[in-house]
Design a protein around this ligand. Structure first.
Ligand SMILES: NC(=O)c1ccc[n+]([C@@H]2O[C@H](COP(=O)([O-])OP(=O)(O)OC[C@H]3O[C@@H](n4cnc5c(N)ncnc54)[C@H](OP(=O)(O)O)[C@@H]3O)[C@@H](O)[C@H]2O)c1
Length: 338
């Protein structure tokens, strides 16, 4: 089969090439999926760059990637099934996450075929395209885990999403709306119409407005852009409101080469959990992918989760797709299609 091969960590244009490689064979509990579309997102970029260096110790491979085929999530059609597969049959249209567990690692989605655990897949709803469905799993799981997995969800709460027009934020926004929240979305001027269209009740323009000033009070602040100070958020959180950090490193623009900015910020917050009522002990358990994927499939089928795709690149142009991602120009998700 044809696949994008990553020879080393580095600039996508230098380390990625299209190659002929062996088609994967599904193990017990896995299905082989003929990939129609695979998602291009910040964590794919991190694993190709191997940046920050500490991520290389978290499952992906220290000196070079253990799995040389990038991509963590995709949508396609089941080609064959392995032993003990009970949930899917040949010909089913599916979408899901092929990166294992909660690791920073390549998952093999940038290829014509990928083997995926049946537990990380869901049937693709008919009302969304393969490209739309492919853009959901990894961003959706991180959005769901951080929005709804930190403490029991409270319907009617007021949620502020900082960076609501990006990969994680746009799904968090729609999850929060589907579960009865009022949402204030913070974004760049050019993305305000998008976040309104996705259902935001209020919008703030980060080039002009400071979300930690003003009279609104929040039950939950989801900081995807990861630039807010906890001491400023304290001012606008209800007494029992919480602050949740995603940890965006802005494609290497913030933090050190060794640790980036996200991991040190997480560690600092973890140390302050005992002293600040607006922090909850981080939930380090991996999200249940089967439950999460079923939720996304259901919300998409009901029209409550509508992924916006900005651009589809041919598989051979995966490096260009990553350069476009890093440029920040996209108004919606980027996918590659074999
Ligand atoms: N997407 C995934 O599948 C995924 C999976 C696992 C982990 N993550 C992690 O989650 C983090 C976010 O990923 P993402 O895909 O959501 O990134 P993203 O698509 O780049 O979204 C971040 C958003 O924040 C906006 N932003 C930038 N500066 C801001 C500011 N000062 N105030 C408010 N908003 C601001 C950006 O707008 P501009 O375009 O104007 O900069 C962008 O829309 C990354 O660190 C990534 O590693 C992502």
């Amino acid at each position: 089969m044809k696949a994008i091969f990553q020879s080393a960590y580095g600039e996508p244009s230098l380390v990625l090439s299209l190659r002929e490689v062996a088609k994967p064979v599904p193990n017990r509990g896995e299905v082989l999926v003929r990939v129609h579309a695979a998602s291009v997102h910040a964590d794919v970029w991190h694993v190709i760059r191997g940046w920050p260096y500490v991520l290389r110790t978290m499952g992906g491979g220290f000196s070079r990637p253990k799995n040389p085929i990038p991509g963590t999530d995709m949508a396609g059609v089941v080609e064959t099934v392995g032993d003990a597969v009970t949930r899917f049959q040949v010909g089913d249209a599916v979408f899901g996450e092929c990166a294992k567990g909660f690791q920073w690692a390549n998952g093999g989605a940038f290829a014509e075929y990928v083997a995926v655990s049946q537990d990380a897949l869901a049937p693709k709803p008919d009302n969304v395209t393969f490209e739309q469905a492919a853009s959901v799993p990894t961003s959706g799981l991180i959005a769901w885990h951080n929005l709804m997995g930190q403490r029991p969800w409270r319907a009617g709460q007021h949620v502020l999403i900082n960076g609501a027009g990006g990969g994680v934020g746009a799904i968090a926004l729609q999850l929060a709306k589907a579960h009865g929240a009022t949402v204030t979305a913070v974004e760049h001027t050019r993305k305000l119409a998008t976040v309104r269209a996705l259902g935001a009740d209020h919008v703030l323009d980060y080039t002009r407005d400071d979300p930690t000033r003003g009279s609104a009070r929040y039950d939950l602040i989801l900081d995807v852009a990861s630039n807010l100070k906890l001491s400023d958020c304290d001012r606008v959180l209800h007494p029992d409101g919480i602050y949740v950090l995603i940890g965006h490193d802005h494609y290497g623009a913030s933090g050190s080469n060794c640790f980036g900015s996200g991991i040190p910020a997480f560690l600092k917050l973890a140390l302050r959990t005992a002293f600040n009522p607006h922090l909850v002990k981080p939930n380090m358990t991996a999200p249940n992918k089967q439950v999460g994927m079923a939720l996304f499939a259901d919300l998409m089928a009901r029209g409550q989760l509508t992924p916006m795709v900005d651009r589809v690149f041919p598989l051979a142009q995966a490096a260009d797709a990553l350069t476009y991602l890093q440029s920040g120009q996209a108004l919606g998700r980027i996918v590659v299609a074999p």
